[in-house]
Design a protein around this ligand. Structure first.
Ligand code: OGA
Ligand code: MN
Length: 286
């Protein structure tokens, strides 16, 4: 039914045999959901999608998030990641659109700063630069599995504070407004997610500010050493985009980031839909 070709020894696969612009039969959709659980990143080449088609296909994975105020596409189910203005012009480097793209160059899980963070993201390439602008993934199930048992046990007990205002301000002070800070107060997330049928995953990324109950210095040291481990080459798949690629990733199993490109002279225009998580990563604080 689906033609699945692994792209990396541990995770990520190319999927052929499905047209995402047409209604997808239930057994095919079930196979795609299982492939997402198993491979965590799916690459579907040759998908000619407009926003409506991308939304309809994405809904096969679950209910979609609405785009947060302050991002391009706010209030709809699509978020636009682009360095182009409404007339197709390249926007200034100081533009919030470009700063948001800069923030995406840090390893992150989409919406880990929300009380119920995203499950999956679907990203389609509408316009790509001639070089650079890859999307890279780090396999957090593999990173967890490679830790020794005592460390795994210890990490399973921990929660991290994810703080959008803090992480955005680290990229650029102009990137986060008081309204956005108020919209996204810090939230606690499990450091190890144990919901995937193929194994537990580390869960950290750019929004993870500190470890609950741990001092700042010790928190930063632990988070940074785990991030360095998780982003070793052996856990990475770097996707070089072709026109009409559609990527699907499991935010609860991989980190991702964008790589730089010549953003003042070349255009890059991507459209994302985001599948909501089915529940919090940790029981609500008592
Ligand atoms: C995203 C994202 C990276 C990229 O769509 O959530 O972080 O390569 N994208 O555009
Ligand atoms: Mn992202």
């Amino acid at each position: 039914m689906l033609n699945i070709t692994p792209l990396q020894p541990l995770f990520a696969a190319r999927i052929e045999g499905v047209d995402a612009a047409q209604p997808v039969a239930a057994p095919v959709m079930a196979a795609l959901r299982d492939a997402l659980d198993r491979y965590s990143v799916l690459v579907l080449p040759g998908q000619h999608l407009d926003d409506a088609a991308q939304i309809a296909f994405s809904e096969g994975f679950g209910a979609l998030e609405q785009t947060r105020p302050g991002a391009l596409g706010a209030g709809s189910a699509v978020i636009v990641l682009s360095n182009m203005g409404p007339a197709g012009e390249i926007v200034a480097p100081s533009d919030k659109q470009v700063l948001n793209n800069k923030a995406n160059r840090l390893w992150h899980h989409d919406s880990s700063f929300k009380p119920v963070p995203a499950r999956a993201s679907l990203l389609s390439a509408r316009q790509i630069p001639s070089a650079g602008g890859n999307t890279e993934f780090a396999f957090m199930r593999g990173a967890f599995a490679a830790l020794d048992a005592a460390e795994q046990q210890r990490l399973k007990q921990l929660a991290a504070w994810h703080d959008f205002g803090w992480s955005r301000a680290r990229v650029d002070a102009a990137l986060v407004s008081d309204a956005e800070r108020a919209q996204h107060p810090p939230v606690r997330q499990a450091v190890v997610l144990q919901e995937n049928p193929y194994g537990p995953a580390l869960y950290l990324g750019a929004h993870a500010r500190s470890i609950d109950g741990m001092g700042d210095a010790e928190s930063r040291a632990l988070i940074e050493s785990l991030m360095a481990h998780a982003t070793e080459d052996r856990f990475i798949y770097s996707h070089r985009w072709s026109p009409h690629d559609l990527l699907i990733w499991d935010n609860r199993a991989v980190l991702h980031r964008a790589t730089p490109f010549a953003s003042t002279t070349e255009r890059r225009h991507m459209v994302r839909t985001t599948v909501a998580g089915q529940g919090p990563t940790i029981a609500a604080a008592a």
